[in-house]
Design a binder for this molecule. Structure first.
Ligand SMILES: NC(=O)c1ccc[n+]([C@@H]2O[C@H](COP(=O)([O-])OP(=O)(O)OC[C@H]3O[C@@H](n4cnc5c(N)ncnc54)[C@H](OP(=O)(O)O)[C@@H]3O)[C@@H](O)[C@H]2O)c1
Length: 483
């Protein structure tokens, strides 16, 4: 594995610990090494010191010693072809030392504007996609893939000049989560759900993403991106795909990605101005700690119009979902960290137990993705006693309790899939572009507004709250309520 941006936040917190864990668990063979690359001048020893810090309490183990013996670092510039020549020589030594047969996974844990230059320089140095019969050379890139349709197309074209699409692994780390993969098993391996998984029985679907964090780690990146580009365009649309796509003919990665692409192509935002709300947090507090407003966060431009919250309403034109709204909302600096999907069924059309003016709460199937990984189904049950009264209850399945062992982390899953060449959990070129196409009108409209109008259109919410008050009216005008 060659890790670009090896000194960065993602490398330190996610990628290096995940590589160590899959090595420790013998999920990768002994013929394995990690070569970091970056501008920061580091010796192999200094790089290993950084990895030890990243591994924390695990750094003293025998497995860690063996892992660290396989780690090296190459200092260079992402834009300088000479650095890639040096990388090539170092790589050849490592391949020979660790008898890997030359199989290479390049992981790009760097800011997105470097994806193109790195792919190009790998190509120039003869390190890009190998012929099919040769040991693989694969490229893993982090989201975001572009910032709109035009830039995504440019990026795809740039990467594809040097790597075949089957060798490009576009990471959406949400897809590495067990509960996310479980959505497919739930839908397609259980006979009870598929027959009711359509507009006849489902009233609407809600997807929610909330974080308590602000923009501590990457303020510059977030401020130039905003939450719609950072979360809605990728994580949330991928979740929507899994909930709403048609059953694939098989679990072959291409068949799954075909179905996702078809679903993405069928999605519509009917009114690009009114069907997406944007918000930004003001001062507030959480757990007794005062929180500053977004515009006063270090690294944020004082005149920024980046949104830290959104709510959106999306429809699919396909026969299964026509007329069913999908409500998506996400926010930073909210009162909790949670990601969930709720599939809300229609209320019973007739209930002999109800007065004429009431009906029982609808059944809701919820997938909790983080922090806990769980699934629950709400239903009505009779309350004990002589009267025929009923109340909502939940049937719950919790991943940790059910299976005991901790599932693999998202990065462990995705890195192993990359090494195994399994593309099921990665974005394909056409899917990325379809996701940008869905948001194109709304993003273009927003970007075309004068800064003053954007400032006044941003709803505000206190940091540490549940979001802007206006979100209730947004969904109530459709006759629904947020879960
Ligand atoms: N952090 C996360 O949790 C996370 C989550 C999802 C996706 N991502 C994506 O993963 C990639 C890496 O994220 P990250 O948080 O690790 O980024 P980062 O810490 O800001 O940058 C990673 C490394 O890239 C190098 N770099 C080159 N040019 C740079 C520049 N102009 N500004 C800053 N660093 C530069 C730096 O290493 P050298 O100076 O040594 O070259 C830096 O250590 C990004 O594409 C990001 O969008 C990150």
């Amino acid at each position: 594995v060659v890790l670009f941006g090896a000194s960065g936040h993602l490398a330190r917190n996610k990628v290096l610990p995940a590589l160590f864990h899959i090595f420790r668990d013998a999920s990768v063979p002994d013929s394995f090494f990690v070569l970091g690359f970056g501008r920061t001048p580091l010796s192999d020893t200094a790089f290993c010191g950084q990895i030890r810090t990243a591994l924390g309490a695990e750094a003293g183990s025998d497995a860690a010693r063996e892992f660290l013996a396989r780690c090296g670092y190459c200092t260079g510039s992402y834009h300088d072809p000479a650095s890639f020549k040096e990388l090539g020589s170092r790589l050849a030594q490592m391949h020979s030392r660790w008898a890997t047969g030359g199989r290479t996974l390049f992981h790009l844990a760097v800011p997105p504007d470097l994806f193109g230059p790195i792919a190009t320089n790998l190509g120039k140095a003869g390190l890009a996609s190998a012929p099919k019969s040769a040991p693989f050379r694969r490229l893993m890139v982090e989201k975001p893939f572009g910032r709109d349709l035009a830039s995504a197309k440019r990026l795809n074209a740039e990467l594809l000049r040097h790597f075949r699409d089957e060798d490009i692994f576009r990471i959406d780390h949400y897809l590495g989560k067990n509960t996310v993969q479980n959505i497919l098993v739930f839908r397609f391996a259980n006979a009870v759900f598929e027959p009711v998984w359509n507009r006849r029985y489902i009233d609407h679907v809600q997807l929610s993403f909330s974080e308590t964090e602000g923009v501590e780690f990457r303020p510059g990146f977030f401020d130039s991106t905003g939450l719609i580009r950072d979360v809605l365009q990728n994580h949330m649309l991928q979740l929507l795909c899994l909930v709403a796509m048609e059953p694939p003919d098989s679990f072959d990665p291409e068949r799954i990605r075909d179905r996702k692409f078809q679903l993405l192509r069928s999605l519509r935002i009917r009114d690009p101005a009114a069907d997406i709300l944007r918000g930004r947090y003001s001062a507030g507090s959480l757990d007794g700690h005062a929180l500053q407003p977004y515009l006063e966060e270090p690294g944020v431009r004082p005149d920024s119009t980046a949104e830290t919250w959104f709510a959106a309403k999306v429809y699919s034109d396909n026969p299964r979902w026509r007329g069913v709204p999908f409500f998506l909302r996400g926010g930073k600096r909210l009162d909790r960290r949670e990601a969930s999907i709720s599939v809300v069924f229609k209320r019973p059309s007739y209930c002999m137990l109800c007065r004429s003016d009431e009906s029982p709460a609808p059944n809701t199937l919820s997938f909790l993705i983080q922090p806990e990984q769980a699934v629950s189904l709400s239903f009505q049950a009779k309350v004990p006693g002589s009267k025929m009264c009923f109340a909502p209850l939940k049937m719950e399945f919790d991943y940790d309790r059910a299976f005991g062992a901790h599932p693999r982390t998202d990065y462990e899953t995705l890195l192993l899939d990359g090494m195994n060449g399994d593309q099921s959990l990665f974005w394909r070129k056409d899917g990325v572009e379809a996701a940008w196409r869905l948001l194109e009108s709304s993003l273009a409209l927003w970007d075309s507004l004068p800064a003053d109008s954007r400032h006044s259109a941003l709803l505000t919410y206190p940091a540490g709250s549940i979001g802007p008050g206006e979100m209730d009216a947004f969904i109530r005008k459709e006759g629904r309520d947020w879960i």
